[in-house]
Each structure stands twice: as structure tokens, then as C-alpha cells.
Design a protein. Structure first.
Length: 254
């Protein structure tokens, strides 16, 4: 199922569930009011629940935004690492340099392919495996070619750059899989529904349709945006534009 449709379905479901909880809370409150059972001291509990909901929303939203920026920064970092390593191939002999430059072009093409369509899990894994294989070939050839370089300090400029280029791929892979535990989202939705129930209970005296709609809409839209930020390769909020930096590096490999 398309991720955007799934996120919209979650948001719409939450919107309807919040409205239902508001109405249920209002009816419970109205019944309690008729029986003179409403406790004015419950406002302290309401404030605590609303405060916890606000804190959890702030935590999840801030975390999602931070991870979004970190992933975009890692694309720039990988582009810089590849560009630096490619330039340092000039330290090698002409024959070794030509072979490695060809592999670098193929490698960058595969790295772009890895993130072109992450919803295609099989294709993404295949591109990742091929890029890892090219990585190994580049490293093996570079080490062999470096042994023939004099002076050796020149060769030592190339190998650390290659090592950094290889390391960043693992960092990006892990960053793409870094999300809050599922229990955090369960708690967020649960608290949203509980808050709606308490808000409805407080509205027992009168029903305000506009307030109920606004409350439900704000919560559902916020959850939608959080989900979209957490999966920037699948939803409406995307980091695909940052891939152009890596594509520009590929274009510069003449």
C-alpha cells in the first residue's frame, strides 16, 4: 500500500476517533452532571494529561525533524566524501586511475539507484548489494595501486578518503532505519484519544462543533506530518531533492 495513502488513512481514522471520543466524553459528562457527580477537582488531572500529550507531540515532532535534517546532511557528506576520493585518484598511475574512475562512476550510479525508489524493497536491496560489491573492488584495486606509488605519503591521502567514503554508506543506511519505537506512536495516539475524551467531558454543558472539529483536525494533521517527516523517501515531505548534490558529483566525473 502506498505510504501516503496509509498516512492519510491513519490521520483520517484518528480524526474520526477523536470526534467520537469527544462526543462520548461529552455524553458521559452530561450524564454525570445530571446526577451531580462531576468533580471540579478533576481539572488537575485534565491538565496533567494535556501536558503529557503536548510533551509527547513536541518530542516526536522534534525528533522527526531532527532526523530529517540529519539524513539530508548525510547525503551532502557522502557527496563530499566521494568527490574527495575521486579527486585523489590523480595520485595513482594513469592505468590504475582509469580503471578506478570507471568503477567510481558505476558506484555513484548505484548509490543513486539505492534511494531512487525505496518502496521497491527488492530493487533497493539489489542496488545496495551491487554498490557494496563495487566498494570492495575499488578498495582492493586502490590498495594494490597504492603500493606502487612513491612517495608513500601520497598514497596515504587516498586510502583514508576511500575509507571515509565507504563508512558513510553504513551511516546513511542506519540513519534511514532510525525511527522511534512503535510504542511511542501507540502512546501518542492513545493520549490523543484520552485527551479528547477528557475534553468532551469538560464540554458536557454545551456542544461546540467548531471546537471539536478544530481539536480533531489539529491532532490528526500533526500526527500525519510527524509520520511524513519520519519517512522522507515515502511520503509528501521528501529529501529527494538533496540527491541532486550526489548527481552533480556524478556529472563532474569526466
Amino acid at each position: 500500500m502506498n505510504f501516503t495513502l496509509l498516512a492519510v488513512a491513519v490521520a483520517v481514522g484518528l480524526f474520526l476517533a477523536v470526534l467520537a471520543c469527544l462526543e462520548a466524553g461529552r455524553r458521559i459528562g452530561a450524564t454525570a452532571q445530571k446526577k451531580d457527580e462531576k468533580d471540579s477537582g478533576a481539572s488537575a488531572v485534565d491538565a496533567a494529561v494535556y501536558g503529557l500529550l503536548g510533551l509527547l507531540i513536541a518530542f516526536t515532532f522534534s525528533g522527526a525533524a531532527t532526523r530529517f535534517e540529519a539524513r539530508r546532511h548525510l547525503i551532502v557528506e557522502e557527496a563530499n566524501d566521494i568527490g574527495t576520493a575521486y579527486l585523489r585518484l590523480d595520485l595513482l598511475s594513469a592505468e590504475a586511475r582509469k580503471s578506478l574512475q570507471d568503477k567510481f562512476r558505476l558506484y555513484v550510479d548505484l548509490r543513486l539507484e539505492v534511494y531512487r525508489n525505496v518502496s521497491d524493497i527488492a530493487g533497493t536491496k539489489a542496488a545496495l548489494a551491487r554498490s557494496a560489491a563495487i566498494q570492495s573492488e575499488i578498495w582492493t584495486e586502490a590498495v594494490a595501486a597504492s603500493r606502487a606509488i612513491l612517495p608513500q605519503p601520497a598514497a596515504m591521502l587516498l586510502l583514508p578518503a576511500l575509507n571515509q567514503m565507504i563508512d558513510i554508506t553504513t551511516t546513511r543506511t542506519v540513519a534511514g532505519q532510525n525511527h522511534p519505537p512503535s510504542i511511542v506512536f501507540v502512546m501518542l495516539i492513545g493520549l490523543a484519544l484520552l485527551s479528547a475524551l477528557l475534553a468532551g467531558y469538560s464540554m458536557a454543558g454545551s456542544r461546540s462543533g467548531i471546537h471539536m472539529l478544530v481539536f480533531a483536525a489539529i491532532l490528526s494533521i500533526t500526527v500525519f506530518v510527524i509520520l511524513d517527516l519520519e519517512y522522507p523517501r515515502l511520503g509528501l515531505i521528501r529529501i529527494d531533492a538533496a540527491d541532486q548534490i550526489l548527481a552533480d558529483v556524478r556529472q563532474g566525473m569526466k
